[in-house]
Design a protein around this ligand. Structure first.
Ligand code: IMP
Length: 425
């Protein structure tokens, strides 16, 4: 059975939720391995829209077992809110359906305060974070002062760790950032008050995955954000704080790297980005507005308007290489309808040279000029088409050209938000 890793090949918001939801039907276990509630997976089924920020999208399938791996940063308060709101929609979430790794780090109120304080202290160089405390929580993990889910079982440890963390952070809050200090006793009490609701979910994720594997289960790894937001390989410093590339599915869950057999890169048929950072193919004209409007390009987590532009095959070529993408799912192709021509960026012009991969120096992406190829556009509604051959010639040509430019096969084509509006090749 293939174990599939689903990752975003651009800057996030590629439509991963829909593909995860679709492939969850054939999966036994669905695992999130990085990021936190900065993610927002929008799933449409019939007329019902569900946005999940933390809980794996597989939860919508009653037979699937969902796991939150050690690589995730989990806000326990947001987690319980999401459980409650899913419950109100008739989706039962309990420890028989969902497990959380003992080793998952917790986002606490001071991480959110730090996220906001840092962003407001930056002037021209804001990152545009989602403000959910993601970065500061990963910082604490690396600094070896983080609070992990397993700590909830030892109240004295929680109290000691929070007291130590705040001894340092309160100095920064009051003396550097001009904000109020947090009371360690209150932070600990609030956390320990909800601990009994979280503890029943704690599991040894790596052992559970090993056992599932032995039984021939199919495991789906649900990535969040996108390749070019990766902390190592993305457009640093305008990135998130985790590794978003496929290899992190192994580290962030505890499965062996040789068990990741299919890497499905989700590619939106154009490019979007939320937050700050260079975006070579960004459009500031009526075409950009059309993509934003027709594609309903608003951030699922923050509601911010997404910046829109042409498809950038230089970034995608890098994504194929960084993730080892075996298959592509091309999403939102229907949004391009009505354009008389479609541009694709095939290379960059940088300091007088034509380059096929992004330049490596910090912020150099802001200095490149995209080299475009123009393809014929198409008109009309393609959202009801179910086979590749029935798509307009111009759409077929666009898909084939992308495959050539990035050297990976397009296996799925999404032509609308519904599960069944997907062509499988
Ligand atoms: P953070 O992840 O909240 O620290 O934000 C860092 C950068 O990643 C910002 O530019 C965010 O807009 C971006 N980002 C974080 N999560 C997502 C996502 O799920 N989709 C798209 N962009 C994201």
């Amino acid at each position: 059975m293939p174990n599939t890793v689903i990752i975003g090949a651009q800057w996030g918001d590629e439509g991963k939720g829909k593909l995860v939801d679709m492939l969850s039907e054939q999966s036994d276990v669905i695992v999130r391995f990085q990021g936190g509630n900065n993610a927002g997976h929008t799933i449409l089924c019939g007329d019902k829209q569900t946005i999940l920020h933390l809980i794996p999208s597989g939860i919508l399938h009653p037979k699937a077992r969902c796991l939150i791996g050690n690589g995730v940063v989990l806000d326990p308060f947001v987690f319980l809110e999401e459980v409650a709101s899913l419950g109100e929609s008739g989706i039962r979430v309990d420890p028989s359906r969902l497990g959380i790794s003992y080793k998952t780090h917790l986002i606490l109120p001071y991480h959110k305060v730090m996220d906001a304080a840092r962003e407001s202290a930056r002037t021209k160089d804001k990152i545009g974070t989602t403000g959910r405390g993601i970065g500061p929580c990963y910082e604490d993990k690396m600094a070896r002062v983080g609070i992990r889910a397993c700590d909830l079982m030892t109240p004295s440890l929680v109290h000691a760790k929070i007291t130590r963390a705040l001894a340092e952070k309160n100095v920064l809050f009051t003396h550097l950032y001009g904000c109020k200090p947090l009371d360690p006793a209150k932070v600990s009490e609030d956390l320990l008050a909800i601990a009994p609701k979280i503890i029943p979910y704690l599991v040894n994720v790596e052992v559970e995955l090993k056992e599932a594997e032995k039984k021939g289960a199919r495991i789906l790894f649900e990535g969040a954000q996108g390749t070019h937001l990766d902390i190592d390989h993305g457009t640093y410093p305008f990135v998130t704080s985790s590794n978003t590339v496929a290899a992190n599915a192994a580290i962030g869950s505890g499965i062996g790297a040789n068990k990741l057999t299919q890497i499905l890169g989700i590619v939106k048929a154009y490019t979007t980005r939320v937050g700050e950072g260079a975006f070579p193919t960004e459009l500031f004209d009526a075409t950009g507005e059309l993509l934003q409007r027709q594609g309903h390009e608003f951030g699922a987590t923050t509601g911010r308007k997404r910046r829109c532009g042409w498809l950038d095959c230089v970034l995608l070529r890098a994504s194929v290489c960084l993730n080892g993408i075996t298959d592509i799912a091309l999403t939102k192709l229907d949004v391009l309808s009505g354009l008389s021509t479609i541009k694709v960026c095939t290379a960059y012009s940088y300091k007088g040279e034509i380059i096929p991969y992004p330049p490596q120096q910090e912020n150099a992406l802001a200095e490149v000029e995209p080299v475009y190829e123009e393809l014929p556009g198409f008109d009309g509604d393609i959202s009801g088409i179910h086979t590749f051959d029935a798509l307009p010639q111009a759409v077929q040509a666009y898909v084939r050209r992308i495959e050539e430019l990035v050297a990976a096969p397009v296996r799925y084509i999404s032509v609308g938000p519904e599960r069944n509006q997907t062509i499988v090749r």
